[in-house]
Design a protein around this ligand. Sequence first.
Ligand code: C2E
Ligand code: CA
Ligand code: CA
Ligand code: CA
Length: 280
Amino acid sequence: AKGQGKGRQVSYTAEMDQRTAEQSRLAADLRTALDTDQLYLLYQPIVAMPGGELYGVEALVRWTHPERGPVGPGVFIPAAERTGLIVPLGSWILQEACRQAADWLATLQDDAPRTVTVNVSARQLREAGFAEEVEAVLRRTGLPPHVLTVEVTETAVFDGGTALTELRAIAELGVNIALDDFGTGHSSLGLLRTCPADILKVDKSFVDDITEGGQNAVVVAALIGICDGLHLRAVAEGVETAEQAAELYRLGYRYAQGYHYARPLPAAEIEARSRCGVAA
Ligand code: C2E
Ligand code: CA
Ligand code: CA
Ligand code: CA
């Protein structure tokens, strides 16, 4: 039994090494990608319920690798976070999303998405001067601060250090703050008192089984009460069926995001839908 344990240990370590090597290779390629137009953003509609009108969008980064084809952010974002490459990558994403948002505002005016959400990772938030970068991007693109939403995970905020200070400075600019994947991390309701959050994204894992009488239905129902009480906008994530949407609406949710309404879409598709006033 001892020998077996040791064998497992060895193969586990080898597997780890392989994964680390794979991540370093990806990170190296990603550095090139940043300079050669392999990256682009898609925008997933955030809709108002029950009608499904487009309210805002969340920017989601995509990478077409020259040899591997599409690589998902679930793979390359963690690699970028580990190597620190997320900092220049995140800067590019922020700038590109704000440029696009300002462009929509100019061309679509009243029909433009009311908010454009950008994911910001813990590592970016810990960089000194991140709030100043946000301010500089807003100035450069001419985007009014209230159109931007910075989305962070609760774990990122809990990171301690300067994360909360940067977040407060960003909120001071008039930018909206959303807490992503709420309920999945080391969350505490106390965070909602110290963190300047405007929006709470209820994670897909809670939404998944609400129509099957799962235990998570209780969490989803409690969270809308908390959001209403604290004047936070609740957004239900990962809504895939009409049944889920109806149940969320019945519970008091008014904003949702998910394949039931729309997948992440190219900017031109967001424009077309904005003009018709529908998301789906
Ligand atoms: P996230 O921020 O929680 O983004 C939501 C993810 O769920 C997206 O996956 C989206 O395509 C997917 N999704 C939306 N609706 C549904 C649905 O109804 N069903 C299912 N099954 N999935 C749905 P994506 O684009 O692959 O991104 C995965 C994660 O990678 C994101 O999770 C986020 O953590 C990270 N990520 C993506 N883009 C960025 C970015 O620009 N910056 C940073 N820092 N992270 C990003
Ligand atoms: Ca997000
Ligand atoms: Ca999320
Ligand atoms: Ca997530």
